[in-house]
Design a binder for this molecule. Structure first.
Ligand SMILES: Cc1ncc(C[n+]2csc(CCOP(=O)(O)OP(=O)(O)O)c2C)c(N)n1
Length: 276
């Protein structure tokens, strides 16, 4: 069943608001990662606000779904989603990257709702796989989502996990690659060509689903298809745009990790439909 038109419109509006809030917080901190936070907006928002079974009132529920943000530098978009789910106070975005804040530059176990610290790229999929294996041994209905960057796939450890998850038949594990084709200081093609990414995952034994990672309906269908596949893990290769939603950030490695000047924040907010 697709999302209803009404639900799709609500989630679209949330994505617009979350983009503004995330950029405002990065501007306030004068440090952070705008590009990769914007590209993963629909992915994290659909998962947290629609798909995943997580409840801030039952954070230790053994049957909760888990998400590992392997590309931990996109933490502001994770935090904005956790706020919406009630894990963090509504005004906490303003504390991003401040000393003693629960919202550090990269996810930490001190932050309610975070399942796995991340920042060093390449390790998150192994952690997610371990969670999925433990849950499977306990016959848990919980699902595990691992959100990776394409530049992150330059790390060999990611491929160790890619090789072993099919061996264990982890059908409740879904990896999602935010394939925005840009990494820290250049395009993925320039730095380490990834070539036929879907074929690579297929060769490792994964059920491969490809979709537009900014199209909520398409991504929702991909999640449903992953849930329906019972013969092993699925990977959703989501075509995305780094900096999505702000014209002068789109596709630009320069906006990977950069403090946002006042005038650029104002321009970005205007493009995103202005004040909330
Ligand atoms: C092991 C490791 N090496 C290097 C870095 C520095 N680093 C942070 S983000 C990044 C680029 C990541 O690119 P990608 O995964 O495509 O992220 P996205 O474009 O989605 O933001 C790099 C090299 C790191 N965090 N961890």
């Amino acid at each position: 069943m697709p999302l209803t038109n009404e639900r799709e419109a609500e989630l679209t509006e949330q994505c617009r608001q979350f983009r503004i809030d995330v950029l405002t917080a990065i501007h306030g901190a004068q440090s952070g990662h705008p590009g990769g936070s914007l590209s993963v907006c629909e992915i994290l928002t659909l998962l947290y606000q629609e798909v995943m079974n997580v409840d801030a009132k039952k954070p230790d529920d053994p049957n909760r779904d888990r998400l590992v943000l392997c590309k931990g530098h996109a933490a502001p978009m994770l935090y904005r989603n956790l706020i919406e789910k009630g894990f963090l106070p509504k005004d906490s975005m303003a504390t991003l990257r401040k000393i003693d804040s629960q919202l550090q530059g990269h996810p930490s176990m001190h932050t309610p709702g975070v399942e796995m610290p991340s920042g060093p790229l390449g390790i998150g999929l192994s952690a997610a796989q371990g969670m999925a294996l433990g849950l499977k041994l306990n016959n848990s209905p919980a699902r595990v989502y691992a959100v990776l960057g394409d530049g992150e796939l330059d790390e060999g450890t990611a491929w160790e996990a890619a090789m072993s998850a099919p061996k264990f038949g982890l059908d409740k594990l879904t990896a999602i690659v935010d394939w925005n084709k840009v990494q820290l200081d250049g395009t993925t093609d320039e730095i380490m060509p990834i070539r036929d990414l879907p074929a690579k995952w297929r060769a490792f034994g994964w059920n491969v689903i490809r979709c537009d990672g900014h199209d909520l309906q398409a991504f929702y269908k991909a999640i449903e298809d992953a849930k329906a596949f019972k013969d092993g893990p699925s990977v959703i290769i989501a075509d995305t745009v780094k900096g999505k939603g702000v014209s002068f950030m789109e596709g630009q490695a320069a906006w990977h990790g950069k403090a946002i000047p006042d005038e650029d924040l104002a321009k970005a907010i205007a493009e995103l439909g202005g004040d909330r």
